[in-house]
Design a protein around this ligand. Structure first.
Ligand code: NBX
Length: 820
């Protein structure tokens, strides 16, 4: 590993300021300084980046292509610096130049090319792949606008465009030499090729040029730099004379518009399928470009396309890139002349699918009309895959017609992407044990019964390098002082902290660090929200996307309930609590937006009520994203993971909190189950219906929230306050929809997320939290044990499992030589 040299680095920064901005260090502004520092860092890693790819070529390694519509990488600079172990040298260099690394890091916009868990998981996976030395490409889209910026005005969410490329991205490299063409629309004709064979050709299509931009993914202290390749679209040739000559002006304009729109913006929906034509265009665009390049790259060094699965594996991050299956079939048959059977053999050995949700509204189904019009050749291929798959189903279940109905890829006028991914993939995995069991025995039961060998679990993980080493430097240093730094690359070692759990001095040190992190967050909140919070209060945090199933509503209803109790009984024994929320709602999700308004309105009333002496504070952190998440996790005492059991496939925020010593207050859902397995139920607060109970109620329909409303006066009081103007300055209608959703629901299903059903159990768990926090030593012990028992939840462990059990990859060692 090459050492970062302080003196050289300083000179580079000064040189870049000159070359890029014609400025000296005294003249440059902070953004310019960030750019110069970033270029200097890039300069340093580019040798490793080249050495990595040279090594891959020399060793002819098998490579995973992680195909994902989303990579929520956040800021790159700080992360690259810690992975280079360059913190000290760069910090010193920057200080000597009269700058502050934190200020410089703060200039970088988050790369918010994702919505939430799924996109962040992809980013953690890339970090782990590089750190473990596995050959990998991330393949995605270079959205011009990422996840919108959330602004809260009068308690309402407003969405502002996220112009993250405004100042350019210093880390990216444009690779026009690898551009490919992607075709849409037109029709499929059968033509003779030069050998007289029938060929399927797409004609009268519109096309765009896909241009890749490469971003470096730096492994921890190992010279490995993998690539995240994100694609942008450009017009094939802008208003070329040909088109004018042929009078094809209209088409030239259309193609230009197509290129302009494809990569314009990330769809801001999580766990919801909007069914927009542009979304399908985005999917095919980046998939086609990625697969074409992967095949070309393979053929540069090999001559037998029939063996590509020996060197390449495509992991589909949810169904969003599932057109991969048909695109690969198309390339193999139409461009390399393989027969159907040969192409199918290769395809089904190279594609694997990860499922991230059981929420039915998230399942991707495309109307046939739209699909066949936009992707005529791909549609033909899917029809044939479906025809053969249906025969297979009928052969397996000759007496059961319902199987075809339930499992066909094309049915009811729709293309069902999950069914395609399962039929063609050699692996189908869920993202936590419970989730995989639900897939096997409920959601995908029929598929599991027919193809049990495909199903497997890969419990999610997170990178400790970003979420502890970078996000919580005080705790990271303390851990390293206690047990050494092996935990950075092997989180299992963090268990060695367990021996300190009962040591009073260690407990004090641990909680002192937590306190300092709470002060840091309190400062952030003061600066950004203007709200004063007490770092001695319990920091009770729920940060994640806003979705009804995640039940932010349960949390805020409970705050309303506590406030009522405190008002009724001002002298009651009450440990001060700060309820912290952060969440973006998808722009069109009205109820989610209304819940954000409710949280802010409840905060306004409670935070300004002098009579409760600041015992409850409610804070809604604006624009929750990766960069402020790092500060928030470090400061949390209580981690709210309160989804309706069975609905949260895994969760990964839960793991980030645990790693930073917060105690989970949660349902037995997703990976919470495994967190409790590791840390012990006595070090968490578990409540609520089990997933089996929820599923049973969903089947038998015997839950009526009105019964609870009628019998529980406290709950009734809270619900009444939704519609009596208490939190809406007399406007009875502001929260009427929320009230109705709990008591009347739509389509005869009120309270689909069992909020009232779980309310008492949640309130009781919250009482346990308060009692536990009052016992300082016991809390410190539990908090430390949460950190100590988090070893399983490293994305390094997850990636090892994918690499060994699905991808069959070998690790590579990279040496940087003078040639690089
Ligand atoms: O994927 C999330 C799950 O909800 C989490 O439980 C899980 O931990 C995480 C990683 O496995 N799913 C998710 O974030 N989905 C999306 O963001 C999404 C985005 C677009 C879309 C559907 C889902 N069309």
């Amino acid at each position: 590993m090459k050492e970062l040299n302080k003196v050289e680095f300083k000179k580079e920064v000064e040189d870049y300021l000159k070359v890029l901005f014609r400025k000296s260090i005294n003249e440059a502004d902070d953004q310019q300084k960030f750019q110069a520092v970033a270029y200097a860092v890039k300069d340093f890693i580019v040798d490793q980046w080249m050495a990595t790819h040279r090594t891959y070529e020399e060793q002819d390694v098998k490579t995973v292509y992680y195909l994902s519509m989303e990579f929520l990488t956040g800021r790159a600079l700080g992360n690259i610096i810690i992975n280079l172990k360059g913190n000290q040298a760069i910090k010193d260099a920057i200080e000597e130049l009269g700058m502050d690394l934190d200020v410089i890091e703060d200039q970088e916009p988050d790369a918010a090319l994702g919505n939430g868990g799924l996109g962040r998981l992809a980013a953690c996976f890339l970090d782990s792949l590089s750190t473990l030395g596995y050959p990998a490409y991330g393949c995605g889209i270079r959205y011009k606008y990422g996840m919108f910026k959330q602004v809260i005005e009068n308690g309402y969410q407003l969405e502002k465009p996220d112009d993250w490329l405004k100042y350019g991205n210093p880390f990216e490299i444009k690779r026009p030499e690898y551009a490919v063409e992607v075709k849409f629309g037109g029709y499929v004709a059968i033509r003779k090729d030069e050998c007289g064979r029938d060929k399927f050709v797409q004609e009268n299509y519109q096309s765009v040029r896909a241009i890749p931009y490469d971003l470096p993914i730096v492994g921890y202290n190992n010279n490995v730099v993998n690539t995240l390749r994100i694609w942008d679209a450009e017009p094939i040739d802008t208003f070329n004379l040909d088109s004018f000559d042929k009078g094809d002006y209209q088409k030239a304009v259309e193609q230009e518009n197509l290129a302009r729109t494809i990569c314009e913006v990330l769809y801001p929906n999580d766990n919801h399928m909007a069914g927009k034509e542009l979304r399908l265009k985005q999917q095919y665009f980046f998939v086609s470009a990625s697969i074409q390049r992967a095949v070309m790259k393979y053929m540069e060094k090999h001559d037998d396309i029939r063996k590509i699965h020996e060197k390449v594996v495509f992991q589909l991050n949810d169904t969003h890139p599932t057109v991969t299956v048909a695109e690969l079939m198309r390339i193999l048959m139409d461009e390399y002349n393989l027969s159907w059977d040969e192409a199918w053999d290769v395809t089904t050995k190279s594609c694997a699918y990860t499922n991230h949700t059981i929420m039915s509204e998230a399942l991707e189904k495309w109307p046939l009309e739209l699909f066949s019009r936009l992707l005529p050749r791909i549609y033909q291929i899917i029809e044939e895959i479906n025809r053969r798959f249906v025969l297979q189903i009928q052969a397996a279940y000759p007496d059961d017609n319902s199987k075809v109905e339930k499992m066909a890829i094309i049915y009811d006028g729709q293309v069902k992407m999950a069914h395609l991914a399962i039929a063609a993939g050699f692996s189908v995995n869920g993202v936590a044990k419970l989730h995989t069991e639900i897939l096997k025995h409920q959601e995908l039961k029929d598929f599991y019964e027919m193809m049990p060998e495909k199903f497997n679990n890969k419990t999610n993980g997170i990178t400790q390098r970003r979420f502890l080493l970078h996000g919580n430097p005080l705790l990271a240093q303390w851990i390293t002082d206690k047990i050494g730094d092996d935990w950075i690359t092997n989180l299992k070692h963090i268990n060695e902290l367990s021996v300190y759990a009962d040591d009073e001095l260690s407990q004090k040190e641990f909680m002192n660090i937590k306190y300092k992190n709470k002060v840091r967050l309190a400062k952030y909140i003061k600066e950004h929200n203007g709200i004063e919070v007490d770092p001695r209060s319990i920091f009770d945090v729920q940060v994640k996307r806003l979705h009804e199933y995640k039940r932010q509503l349960l949390n805020i209803l409970h705050v309303m309930y506590l406030y009522n109790k405190l008002k009724q009984n001002p002298g009651m024994d009450f440990y001060p609590r700060t309820f912290i929320f952060g969440a973006k709602a998808s722009a069109g999700y009205m109820r989610a937006k209304s819940i954000i308004k409710l949280i802010n309105s409840v905060g306004d009333v409670i935070n300004n009520d002098a009579s409760i002496n600041g015992k409850i504070k409610v804070v809604f952190i604006e624009n929750y994203r990766v960069s402020n998440a790092e500060i928030i996790f470090a400061a949390a005492d209580v981690s709210e993971q309160i989804s309706t059991a069975s609905k949260e496939a895994s969760g990964t925020g839960n793991m980030k909190f645990m790693l930073n010593g917060a105690l989970t207050l949660g349902t037995m859902d997703g990976a919470n189950v495994e967190i409790v397995d590791e840390v012990g139920e006595e070090n968490a607060f578990i409540f609520g219906l089990s997933s089996d109970e929820v599923i049973a109620y969903e089947h038998n329909g015997q839950y009526n929230p009105r019964d609870i409303y009628n019998s529980d006066a406290d709950i009734r009081a809270v619900l009444t306050q939704l519609v009596d103007g208490t939190y809406s300055q007399g406007n009875f209608e502001e929260f009427r929809d929320i009230y109705n959703s709990l008591l009347d629901g739509q389509g005869g299903r009120p309270d689909m997320y069992f909020i009232l059903k779980d309310f008492r159990s949640y309130a009781e768990a919250q009482e346990r939290v308060e009692a536990a926090y009052k016992d300082e030593k016991k809390w410190a012990r539990s908090a430390m044990l949460n950190t100590a028992k988090s070893g399983k939840f490293s994305s390094d462990r997850t990636i090892e499992e994918y690499a060994k059990e699905i991808w069959h990859l070998d690790k590579v060692k990279v040496e940087v030589t003078d040639a690089d």
